[in-house]
Design a protein around this ligand. Sequence first.
Ligand SMILES: NC(=O)c1ccc[n+]([C@@H]2O[C@H](COP(=O)([O-])OP(=O)(O)OC[C@H]3O[C@@H](n4cnc5c(N)ncnc54)[C@H](O)[C@@H]3O)[C@@H](O)[C@H]2O)c1
Length: 374
Amino acid sequence: MARADGSGARILGGSRRSRERALAVGLVGLGYWGPNLLRGLMELADVEVHYICDLDEERLATLGRRCPGATATDHYEQLLDDPALDAVVIATPVFTHFKLAAAALDAGKHTFVEKPFAPSTAQARELMELAGERDLRLMCGQTFLYSPPVREVKRLIDTDELGQIFFISSSRVNLGLHQRDVSVIWDLGPHDFSILLHWLEEMPESITAVGRDSIVPGIHDVAFMTMQFPSGIVANVELSWLAPSKLRRTAIVGSNKMVVYEDGTAEPVRVFDRGVEYRDPETFGEYHLSYRSGDIRSPMIPSTEPLVTELSEFVRLIRAHETSSELELARQVVTLVESAETSLANGGLPVSVGEGPGVPPSLGGASPRARIAA
Ligand SMILES: NC(=O)c1ccc[n+]([C@@H]2O[C@H](COP(=O)([O-])OP(=O)(O)OC[C@H]3O[C@@H](n4cnc5c(N)ncnc54)[C@H](O)[C@@H]3O)[C@@H](O)[C@H]2O)c1
């Protein structure tokens, strides 16, 4: 790899990106998601991928061809031992997040760890403390926070266009990818939890979850969760790896308008000027309801790629020496997953969020995911 300054990274010549050297980054985990992160990192002008790392030699060889400038290794320690490496991006299974992220921070590397932040709330807090002590940037990959449709819905909520939010109902279902080490709640739940916390800026008081391990014994592949928020909002989230077709649809019902956010469609946000007005009874027992059914609007949504925006934010935090404002949210997401798992393990009993130890994902060995053939 060409390194013009002899200190481990290329100097960006003469541009207004100042004379900062490119950020030297190592990526660990080249399974399903890692290659997307690799592509995103390679798109960033002031990042150089110095290492790709995986325990699987075949994946290393395949990805090595896509990124010939990087050293391919199955030894994570090699990244940590390199003083020229600035940052590590971790896309390994959930149960490895804490160990790998803590080791990266210990070695003085800025660290980006995929969602969910850590396998337990306590470990999420520990990572935050470690980053603080070491004065290093730590970020959790919560891609949907950088999704333009999610941001548009946030704008609609914040500007009060929807009025008072009554309830939210969401489905995130697909056929596969089954995981053998964590439930569908640990796998897909962080997406919906992070979106809800971002939109509503409040933590639910309680959560209930029921589900079923339809295919792999002990691993729930479908879950139905209901959350009660202090403001009165109720949210329902359905998660599944076992569905006839892919659906990522959320309906937000407010007193003024309603929104349907459907990821991956041509019109991902549709605003319905629809609602019901209730008038107090004028005479005993006679209340009036009037239904409003107005226009449906589909706002223009920018086409920026969330993954690239998210990785740019990690670079910006490092450059600006800023702490990520989303870490606490990432920690809360882990708490919600734990609470949902506790409810699941107790037959759907309501769990006060933050109460009890929760149920961490299995700490078993590295386990490949099994794809269910369509
Ligand atoms: N942000 C998103 O939208 C999004 C989407 C999918 C997955 N993810 C997250 O990405 C992470 C990885 O998920 P995945 O689906 O790619 O998993 P995966 O099982 O397909 O891939 C994980 C890879 O990590 C490697 N690995 C495990 N331990 C390692 C170690 N100690 N050193 C080096 N390599 C190691 C494995 O060999 C495997 O290739 C998870 O945390 C998941 O939640 C995020």
